[in-house]
Design a binder for this molecule. Sequence first.
Ligand SMILES: Cc1cc2nc3c(=O)[nH]c(=O)nc-3n(C[C@H](O)[C@H](O)[C@H](O)COP(=O)(O)OP(=O)(O)OC[C@H]3O[C@@H](n4cnc5c(N)ncnc54)[C@H](O)[C@@H]3O)c2cc1C
Length: 439
Amino acid sequence: MRRAIIMGGSYAGLFAARVLNDYAEDVVVVESDRIGEDGLGRRTPQRQQLHAVLSMGHTQMERWFPGITDDLVKGGALLGEGDDVRFYLDGRLKAPVAGARMLGATRPFLESHLRRRVVGLKHVRFVHAEVTDLVVRGGRAVGVMTAAPGDGGRIDETLEADLVVDAMGRSSRLGEWLTRHGWAEAPVDRMRVDLGYATAMFHRGDELGTTVIAHSSPGPASDYQPTLTEPGALAAVEGDQWSVVLAGYADHRPGPDREEFLRRMRRCVAPIRTVADTCSMIGDVKTYRFVESRRRVHSRLSRFPGGLVVVGDALASVNPVYGQGLTLSALTANALAVHLRSAPAWEDPAWRYFRLAEAVVDGAWQLSTAADLAQPHVTGPYPRGYRVQKWVADKLTEASVIDPVVNTAYMSVVNMERPPKALTDPRLLCRAARVLISG
Ligand SMILES: Cc1cc2nc3c(=O)[nH]c(=O)nc-3n(C[C@H](O)[C@H](O)[C@H](O)COP(=O)(O)OP(=O)(O)OC[C@H]3O[C@@H](n4cnc5c(N)ncnc54)[C@H](O)[C@@H]3O)c2cc1C
């Protein structure tokens, strides 16, 4: 391929660039934000919130950027293994998970390391510009129009390409551009969750020993409501800091008030209470409102321009409490690699890519929306057989608190290493039943 253009140079754009470096002579990443060493971008305020990387996301990071974990740890990130990673449900510490590993690092830190690697790739270059439109000719995307960022859309340059990748995140304008050129926008599935997030940083000493991650969520015992403990998480991150996040739905969304944040932390599980009581807060509480999960389903279209694919949040953006977004971004880039390995004709629509990517999205979507439906303010759509599914899921969740085998299988699905249907394995269900009956 002569040239590939990636619209957006955040997490999904970086993975797509790494993949395309193996296939194109010239990979141009067009990013409108100046994402400095601090990794913060104007268009991506979620970067300030605690970001956890699931096991599958970690595996993909090492696959595409070998040695990145060592680099991150040398730079000050923490790698939690075994007991350093603690998951609580309804206030109870869950059974240990065989081989559990999780990184403690802020999103800007993680992303700046990935960006440095991508900047060093032979075929990749970054352009600081705003993409203002897609160029479509003869039934295929052949390039993009760009403008200097923030100049009101004056067109500076048209960049031609064999392949255009949309990595512009949740607020991608691709649908609008496609409509303008006479193409249909991909149908969108939505689930309104009305989630609030708040993250604050704290000075870190040795108050929690080797703990790297502590995560607490409500479960069946509290009917998934914050009655027994507040939902929240902490991560030991670079710079000797704790990153603490609190989450809540609808009227229970956390606000920016520091004292209120500390009060809520004191209603969380023990590690988060300890940080509230012994560590000082750094800076302000940063809030974020996430109204709905959404995914764009391209395979439902009958026609789509060739030479165009969509990765990361631009394809699907799911409730962040399950920490799937970064892993999905990496996995959609993986799907792109599989598609490219099959030597497709660039001018044809990338149906094979969309089928692969949507299969991955489907797993994440099933898991997160099934869990969201347990919230009383979430009003559907309900899948067929929802009540039975929820009853079984509740029982499995209860068994996962006490039994390491059930919890390891359960967490392999949460960590996106296995698809949700792995939880319907009759041997696993029998074991869960035995665990619950024997107490
Ligand atoms: C509150 C919150 C917490 C989260 N926590 C987690 C977590 O713990 N774990 C996890 O895995 N995921 C988490 N996520 C999800 C994660 O943030 C996203 O999945 C991830 O940012 C997706 O990356 P992306 O590259 O697709 O999109 P984005 O990160 O949104 O980046 C899109 C990029 O495109 C650029 N861009 C947009 N339009 C243009 C244009 N016209 N021209 C040029 N550039 C453009 C933007 O400047 C931006 O840099 C969380 C999300 C939220 C909202």
